[in-house]
Design a protein around this ligand. Structure first.
Ligand SMILES: O=C(O)[C@H](O)COP(=O)(O)O
Ligand SMILES: [Mn+2]
Ligand SMILES: [Mn+2]
Length: 560
């Protein structure tokens, strides 16, 4: 599209009216799967979601939420919140971070870019530190990318490398951390044989160390800082394999929440604190859980915790994590250029928007929805409300989370009639699903369903429209399965609890008294995915979607 003929103005939809309040509800981690005892959505009482399904097929269907439908490299990639909400909000499918990093590594272009050239200037005198999530989950990072980056960095002049690992157990099976650390250790040993001084320097579980998001709990980032930068942690080990094995022996220990540790030499000295003159790369491609550490590493002015030392380093992210803040300023791979999102269009066309979730998912319906951009487009037209999440707990302890509070805020926004779109994310199925606690996840699903009812009741009262969907699966399948779909037992004959997301499709339902009578789902978009939702929502606001958006899921059968 030439810039001269570009306009934010959307064409009127030929058949659908404007001015209806549209509630857009995203159930986080709510997929569709066969009903069995490990499907917590099936086990839970979910009368509201069940009733929506009974409107099928005119007003309920499934959409794809994983793999290439959301810009991930392969169909084996499960969906996730970042790519899911990006697709929902942007209405188009972008090659996402995982894919862009793959391409940059495969072509070698990563080493020719500004970001790598910048950190490379430290290689002669300083150490290269790589900080990130160690797993093959493919949601925030991937082990094979780290392996390539290690190899490529050493071939491009890095002589001393320290890796600061964050164990996963959330996008991959709990307990898998040991194997990933062993693999990394063997890669580092190969580098050492080639004369590179390469070691793991520190570690900790991703949910307890470093990878907080949306400023829910800065202590998480501080624990990481202390270990990675200051070389201080409550646990000291001579090797990371030993560290992870030992720390996992604690009762209730799991990969997600391992305490911070540092690796020390024979004299007890940390092997890899970050000091002046070093280079640092955060190797996660996904944004949300890297923004806080990026601020700590980059901002001169910083008051979130006492950094004690603020070393003069050359820092680059794998990607730029926040396009609005331009954070970090240096990065190895350019992020997807997600522009002209539906939120921005709708604001330009007079649609007043209210968005709400609790802290742990707040950025999903704002930052991710708007193409990894923080802040409103137009504060006079939009209100974003964040309900503080509980912090310092795992969500199986409080599985209802803030679903009720989110629903009440949405209800008030709908009934107040000041907004045309009221958009929420209900986190329960996902956040509790990630704990692997089946009983608690059932409670979580029920709570999310009750929240949907409150919002739908409000829509009923104002004669509005609802769109209820999800960003990817999680709570609908809590067990690792074999190819035939049966639970896959481990060597001891036990089921293996699945804490991660899934490859399942997710439901989308439309309805409400404001929905024009002839509106129904088309049946000529059988492979529809999350990216088709934006055009659908624009239609329900009375607009045609831009021509380059993925097609709408709805058609209007009757003329009025
Ligand atoms: O960051 C997380 O919590 C998980 O890795 C992915 O969950 P999300 O994509 O639903 O946020
Ligand atoms: Mn999600
Ligand atoms: Mn999740």
């Amino acid at each position: 599209m030439g810039s001269s003929d570009f306009s934010w103005k959307l064409a009127d939809h030929p058949k659908l009216p404007k001015g209806k309040t549209v509630a857009v509800v995203v159930l986080d981690g709510w997929g569709e799967a066969n009903p069995d005892e490990y499907n917590c959505i099936h086990v839970a009482q979910t009368p509201t979601m069940d009733s929506l399904k009974q409107g099928a097929p005119e007003r309920w269907r499934l959409v794809r939420a994983h793999g290439t439908a959301v810009g991930l490299p392969t169909e084996d990639d499960m969906g996730n919140s970042e790519v899911g909400h990006n697709a929902l909000g942007a209405g188009r499918i972008y090659a996402q971070g995982a894919k862009l990093v793959d391409l940059a590594l495969a072509s070698g272009k990563i080493y020719e870019g500004e970001g790598f050239k910048y950190i490379k200037e430290s290689f002669d005198q300083g150490t290269l530190h790589l900080i990130g999530l160690l797993s093959d989950g493919g949601v925030h990072s991937r082990l094979d990318q780290l392996q390539l980056l290690l190899k490529g960095s050493s071939e491009n002049g890095a002589k001393r490398i320290r890796v600061h690992i964050l164990t996963d157990g959330r996008d991959v099976l709990d307990g898998s951390s040991v194997g990933f650390v062993e693999t990394l250790e063997s890669d580092l040993a190969t580098l050492r044989e080639k004369g590179i001084d390469a070691q793991i320097a520190s570690g900790g579980g991703r949910m307890y160390v470093t990878m907080d998001r949306y400023e829910n709990d800065w202590d998480v980032v501080k624990r990481g800082w202390d270990a990675q930068v200051l070389g201080e942690a409550p646990y000291k080990f001579r090797s990371a394999v030993e560290a992870v094995k030992k720390l996992r022996e604690e009762p209730k220990a799991n990969d997600q929440y391992l305490p911070p540790f540092v690796i020390v030499d024979e004299s007890g000295k940390a092997v890899g604190p970050i000091v002046d003159g070093d280079a640092v790369v955060t190797f996660n491609f996904r944004a949300d859980r890297m923004v806080m550490i990026a601020k700590a590493l980059e901002y001169e002015d910083f008051d979130k915790f006492d950094r004690v030392r603020f070393p003069k380093i050359r820092y680059a992210g794998m990607l730029q994590y926040d396009g609005e803040l331009k954070l970090p300023s240096k990065y190895l791979v350019s992020p997807p250029e997600i522009e002209r999102t539906s939120g921005e269009y709708l604001v330009h066309n007079g649609v007043r928007t209210f968005a709400c979730s609790e802290t742990v998912k707040f950025g999903h319906v704002t930052f991710f929805w708007n193409g990894n951009r923080s802040g409103c487009f137009d504060a006079t037209m939009e209100e974003y409300v964040e309900i503080p999440s509980d912090s310092g707990i795992t969500f199986n302890v409080q599985p209802k989370m803030k679903a009720l509070e989110i629903a009440e805020k949405a209800r008030d926004a709908i009934l107040g009639r000041k907004f045309d779109q009221v958009r929420v994310n209900l986190p329960n199925g996902d956040m509790v699903g990630h704990t692997g606690d089946i009983e608690a996840t059932v409670v979580a699903c029920k709570a999310a369903d009750e929240a949907v009812k409150i919002i739908l009741d409000a829509i009923q009262q104002v004669g509005g429209i609802y769109v209820v969907t999800a960003d990817h699966g999680n709570a609908e399948d809590m067990v690792k399965r074999n190819k035939t779909g049966q639970p896959q037992l481990d060597k001891a004959g036990n089921i293996q609890i699945l804490t991660s997301h899934t490859l399942q499709p997710v439901p989308i339902a439309i309805g409400g008294p404001g929905l024009a009578p002839g509106v129904r789902f088309r049946n000529d978009v059988p492979d529809g995915g999350l990216a088709n939702v934006a055009a659908t929502v624009m239609n329900l606001h009375g607009f045609e979607a831009p021509s380059d958006y993925e097609p709408t899921l709805v058609e209007v059968l009757l003329d009025d």
